[in-house]
Write a protein that binds this ligand. Structure first.
Ligand code: C5P
Length: 407
């Protein structure tokens, strides 16, 4: 879904996160949206109407009773001619006013007079967010059909304060807006998918570890693609250098055991796609202190022990998702190994990829073969994003035609 030619009214309320709204305007405009900004009086303490206007490329509306602004447009017309209203940052005060139908300034009057969907990106001190009145107002707003993105956990502007209250990043707001305006079919709406991605990292001592070259690109792309088809996605990721995909709940883990615990906690799910390159082994004993090199002594032996197999555990779980997908990175006999894995791991589908080719592990492209009980299907060399997109559609098709499950 694109935001091309969508008319978005952006209400900027007074919070320190207002500076991020400048970037939000750019991101929305990059995607072809027309952005009309409205600022509250308090917002002007944080960013200037001049900066907002320069980025949006049009009038910035600030006053309910400004003769010029009312004559030009009028707050009722301002409230009417939009596909979506985004409030970013949405402060506790503005949320309270919305919940109670107050209309004592332009922003709140426009919100009361609107006839289009509203997306709020709340930002406030964590104590203000969790305060009972704010939570009551939020419940009221949700009942009124208002959607929210965030607030996220993180450091606050106030020194030393952390918790839920940080405004969602501009790109997260863009994705939420796209989702809200998207009227394309969402075959996986109402389905929960768990995706694992990236490597696992197994500590040897406090500074050393066993890991592998997995970048997380394929798993992250699959999580994002499933979310685009409407699934609620929980991504459980090992340490990677890439960003959390938008529109997805990402849980960060380190070791295979952490990953398994987190995946099991995320159950029940309809779909599990286990893409992570889980380390097969971990150190049998993790040293509590850094192991020291002693002159003249032989290197210490590294005893390994087997890690839990997450795919196999989930494939045989009492709360097994209806569709379980595994990956198989092989360097030879790809299809034969994948067929064996299918049964052993209790999966419905194994996506086998030949990692003997340079650039697959950590690279941007992939050549996969889909192996199910009914046979193998080879896909041409594609970007990892394209593999993700096609796999998400493949899953959705099977899932919608319930009769074809299990394969
Ligand atoms: O047996 P192998 O490691 O080749 O299997 C790969 C598949 O199994 C992948 O889907 C991977 O995510 C999953 N796996 C797992 N836990 C392990 C090992 C592999 O979930 N310990």
């Amino acid at each position: 879904m694109s935001l091309k030619d969508k008319r978005i009214l952006l209400i900027i309320a007074g919070g320190i996160a207002a500076y991020k709204s400048l970037d939000l305007i750019r991101r929305l405009k990059e995607r072809g949206a027309a952005v009309t900004p409205v600022m509250t009086k308090a917002a002007e303490e944080f960013v200037t109407p001049l900066a907002v206007g320069a980025l949006s490329g049009g009038t910035v509306f600030t006053d309910l009773f400004s003769r010029t602004q009312e004559q030009d447009v009028g707050h009722i017309r301002l409230a009417r001619e939009n596909d979506l209203i985004i409030v970013a940052p949405a402060t506790a005060n503005l949320m309270a006013k919305m919940a109670h139908g107050l209309a004592d300034d332009l922003a709140s009057a426009v919100l009361l007079a609107r006839d289009c969907p509203v997306l709020l990106a709340p930002a406030m001190n964590p104590k203000m967010w969790s305060a009972p009145p704010t939570q009551r107002n939020l419940a009221t707003l949700l009942m009124d059909g208002v959607e929210t993105i965030g607030p996220m956990k993180g450091e606050m502007a106030e020194r030393g304060e952390a918790g839920k209250g940080r405004m969602a990043e501009p790109m997260e707001i863009v994705v939420a807006a796209e989702k809200r305006l998207d009227d394309s079919p969402r075959p996986l709406a109402g389905k929960h998918a768990i995706v694992t991605s990236g490597p696992t990292v197994e500590a040897i001592d406090p500074v050393r570890y066993i890991a592998n070259r997995s970048s997380g690109r394929q798993g992250h792309a699959i999580a994002a693609a499933l979310a685009r088809l409407g699934a609620q996605v929980t991504l459980v990721s090992g340490p990677v250098a890439i960003a959390d995909p938008p529109g997805v709940e990402t849980l960060h883990v380190e070791s295979a055991r952490d990953m398994l615990k987190t995946v099991e906690k995320a159950l029940p799910a309809d779909i599990a796609v286990m893409v992570a390159a889980v380390s097969d082994w971990r150190a049998a004993d993790t040293a509590q202190q850094k192991m020291k090199k002693k002159p003249g002594e032989a290197p210490p032996p590294l005893a390994l022990t087997e890690n839990p197999d997450i795919l196999k555990t989930i494939g045989h779980h009492a709360r097994r998702p209806r569709l379980v997908v595994g990956f198989a990175a092989e360097t030879r006999d790809v299809t034969a190994y994948a067929t064996d894995k299918l049964a052993r791991k209790g999966a419905d589908l194994i996506v086998a990829n030949d990692v003997s080719e340079e650039g697959v592990m950590g690279g941007g492209h992939n050549r996969v073969t889909l192996v199910t009980k009914s046979g193998a299907e080879e896909w041409p060399d594609m970007s990892k994003d394209a593999v993700a997109e096609r796999l998400a559609h493949w899953i959705a098709e099977r899932f919608v035609a319930q009769a074809s499950l299990p394969f």
